[in-house]
Design a protein around this ligand. Structure first.
Ligand code: HEC
Length: 159
C-alpha cells in the first residue's frame, strides 16, 4: 500500500535541491521590468548570444558587452557604417550632398565612431531605429551594432 513520503526525506531533498521554499508562488516583485520572454527558456540560453534583438536598454552605458563577443571594426563595424550611414554622414560630403545630415556629424573613421558612440547607439542600435531616416537596418544587425559599441568598438587587434 502506498505510504506518505517521509517528511524528513522531503526536507532533505529540499535542502539538497534548494528548491522548496515556504512560499511556492513565484515572486512578481520585478515583473513590470522583466521581459516575459526571457523567463521561460532559461534551459536553452546558457550560452550568451551575440545580441538580443528584443532587448530594450536604457542607454549605451547600460548595454552589456558579451564576454565572448567577436565583433570588430573589420568584420562588422566598418562595413555596417559604410552600408548604412556614410552615404550621408561622411566628411567628404558637402552641404547639399548629404540628404540633410548635419554638417560635422560624420562616421567615416573609427575615431569618429568611437567619439560619437552614444549618439550612434541612440539612433541606430538595439531598439533604436530612427537612422537611417528611411529603412532602418534589421533588428539582428542593430543588436550587433549595440554589442560592438558596448564593447568599445574594438578592432581585431584590440580583441
Ligand atoms: C539618407 C541619409 C542618412 C543616412 C543614410 C543616415 N543618416 Fe543620420 N541623419 C540624417 C539626417 C537628415 C539627420 C538630421 C535629422 C535627424 O536628426 O533626424 C541625421 C541625424 C543623425 C544623428 C543626429 C545628429 C545630431 O547631432 O543631431 C545621428 C546620431 C545620426 N544621424 C546617426 C546615423 C547613423 C548611425 C546612421 C547609420 C545607421 C545614419 N545616421 C544614417 C541623414 C542620414
Amino acid at each position: 500500500m502506498p505510504s506518505r513520503p517521509d517528511p524528513r526525506l522531503v526536507a532533505l531533498l529540499c535542502l539538497s535541491l534548494g528548491s522548496c521554499t515556504e512560499n511556492p508562488v513565484p515572486s512578481d516583485s520585478n515583473a513590470s521590468t522583466t521581459d516575459a520572454s526571457t523567463t521561460t527558456d532559461a534551459s536553452t540560453t546558457d550560452t550568451p548570444t551575440t545580441g538580443d534583438a528584443t532587448a530594450d536598454y536604457p542607454s549605451l552605458d547600460e548595454r552589456p558587452c558579451p564576454e565572448d563577443s567577436i565583433l570588430t571594426a573589420e568584420n562588422f563595424g566598418a562595413p555596417f557604417m559604410l552600408t548604412h550611414c556614410t552615404g550621408c554622414h561622411h566628411a567628404a560630403l558637402k552641404e547639399g550632398e548629404r540628404a540633410g545630415a548635419p554638417l560635422g556629424v560624420n562616421f567615416e573613421s573609427l575615431d569618429k565612431v568611437r567619439a560619437q558612440a552614444a549618439q550612434i547607439w541612440a539612433r541606430a542600435a538595439d531598439q533604436n531605429a530612427t537612422m537611417p531616416p528611411v529603412g532602418p537596418p534589421p533588428a539582428d544587425e542593430r543588436a550587433q551594432l549595440g554589442e560592438w559599441l558596448a564593447c568599445g568598438a574594438p578592432t581585431a587587434a584590440d580583441l
